[in-house]
Design a protein around this ligand. Structure first.
Ligand SMILES: NC(=O)c1ccc[n+]([C@@H]2O[C@H](COP(=O)([O-])OP(=O)(O)OC[C@H]3O[C@@H](n4cnc5c(N)ncnc54)[C@H](O)[C@@H]3O)[C@@H](O)[C@H]2O)c1
Length: 416
């Protein structure tokens, strides 16, 4: 099948971006060398749906180095980078993606990646699995299994599993330690602020930042806001997370109260309409709204539209909504996840671990799909440890190991 990309003349810029991240992804480089030797995907077709920027492009190249024919589509209309897509085509990967396609085109690209009837998939947010289940079950037949990248997709795959509708085995890569501990927390923490800062070019120090949701991502976003000198308020629906945020030194209160105080609002819950009419009505003039959750449903854009008299783009990736009472509210990246819609996503060193885990998990599901069955399983601990060990080696950090005596002690109930 022929690739669909915006402009092949952009390829040189894309190659430079991919080469840059490759230099900073030593774990994935080691896995690539191993895959070149062992060819775990020889003769197989792998369909990938991920944010199509440079780190993802390098993962696609590593899977190809393992013997696969790789077909890739973007997982978000704003995060696809056209130069990276063009470079991937030159590297022999079939790409169905453009930056900012219309919604129908975006969906069509996902379908095209599945129409190759892949043997394995890498999914993000459950786009492939839900599409296959609800609209194209005819394309499931060859699929041995796959890997899911993010919290929202794991939730969807678990729901499919619960109703008996998960059509093949999936590995919840998101739930691996080397993913959520670092990617969701430190990756999101840094890249969300990187994208907000470069998009707005405004100061954070002294301002009030409201972080909605204190999960893995929310912890990172709040931690980095504090580091930038902001006063940070956390809102939650989970009592345990709320206490954790409080003991981490943040103010905790209901969003309807925080709404009156915030200069920046960052929703990162994986839930829908967490910022809605009752909050928008009381926000300060000039408040900035961003979403870092997977889908663009956390800020209720219907409410924003209903409460406003006009909307215009005032700067790249900033939409100004003028409310009926004259206040102005600013929405970043159309309410899509801000760090990819208005930035380059997580740092390469973070995605090194995430995508290393993706690569080894994909090889694992290919090997074990018959015994796993139609379930979504967590990443086997030995794979997590393998990635962590390679990362430590790359960082030049040594750690201690247990003595034989200690091993016995830790497995025993006896006290000497
Ligand atoms: N932007 C990125 O690069 C990036 C990276 C990883 C994950 N994600 C996405 O971010 C979202 C969150 O992921 P996570 O790993 O932090 O999930 P998580 O499950 O660890 O945390 C989500 C938190 O939101 C809270 N929450 C739910 N509804 C709420 C509401 N109405 N008000 C306040 N809090 C609420 C939950 O109690 C929970 O503590 C998901 O959609 C995930 O796919 C984005």
């Amino acid at each position: 099948m022929k690739s669909i990309v915006r402009d092949m003349s952009l390829a040189p810029e894309g190659h430079l971006k991919i080469d840059w991240v490759k230099e900073h992804m030593p774990v994935l480089n080691r896995i690539r060398e191993e895959f070149e030797r062992t060819q775990p995907f020889k003769g197989l077709k792998v369909a990938i749906c991920l944010h199509l920027e440079a780190k993802t492009a390098y993962l696609a190249k590593v899977v190809k180095a393992g013997g696969a024919d790789v077909y890739i589509a973007g997982s978000n209309p704003l995060s696809t980078q056209d130069d990276v897509c063009a470079a991937l085509v030159e590297d022999g990967i079939t790409v169905f993606a453009k930056h900012k396609p219309d919604p129908e085109e975006f969906k069509q690209h996902l379908i095209m990646a599945l129409e190759v009837e892949p043997d394995l998939i890498i999914d993000d947010g459950g786009d492939f699995t839900t599409l296959l289940h609800s609209e194209r079950p005819d394309l499931i037949k060859n699929i041995r299994g796959g890997c899911e990248e993010t919290t929202t997709g794991v939730i969807r795959d678990k729901a499919l599993e619960k109703s008996g509708d998960l059509p093949f085995p999936m590995i919840a890569v998101n739930d691996g330690y080397c993913k959520h501990l670092f990617d969701n927390r430190y990756g999101t923490g840094q890249s969300v602020w990187d994208s907000i800062n470069r998009t707005t070019n405004l100061v954070v120090a002294g301002k009030t930042v409201v972080v909605v949701g204190y999960g893995w991502c929310g912890r990172g976003v709040a931690m980095r806001a504090k580091g930038l000198g902001a006063k940070v308020i956390v809102t939650e629906v989970d009592s345990i997370k709320a206490i954790e945020a409080y003991m981490d030194g943040f103010e905790v209160m209901p969003l309807v109260e925080a709404a009156k105080m915030g200069d920046y609002f960052i929703a990162v819950t994986g839930n829908q309409y967490v910022i809605r009419q009752e909050h928008l009505e009381v926000m300060k003039d000039g408040a900035i709204l961003a979403n870092a959750g997977h889908f663009d449903v956390e800020v209720n854009k219907h409410d924003l539209a209903a409460l406003s008299t006009s909307k215009r783009e005032v700067r790249k990736n900033i939409e100004e909504y003028v409310m009926k009472d004259g206040r102005k509210l600013y929405l970043l990246a159309e309410g899509r996840l801000v760090n990819l819609g208005a930035g380059d996503g997580h740092p390469a060193e973070i995605m090194d671990m995430t995508f290393a885990l993706q690569a080894v998990s994909l090889a694992y599901v290919n090997e074990k799909y018959k015994e796993i069955g139609n379930r979504i399983i967590t990443v086997p601990y030995e794979l997590d440890k393998q990635v962590a060990q390679l990362k430590l080696e790359a960082l030049g950090i040594g750690i201690d190991s247990l003595t034989d005596e200690q091993k016995v002690y830790l497995e025993s109930w006896k006290i000497d």
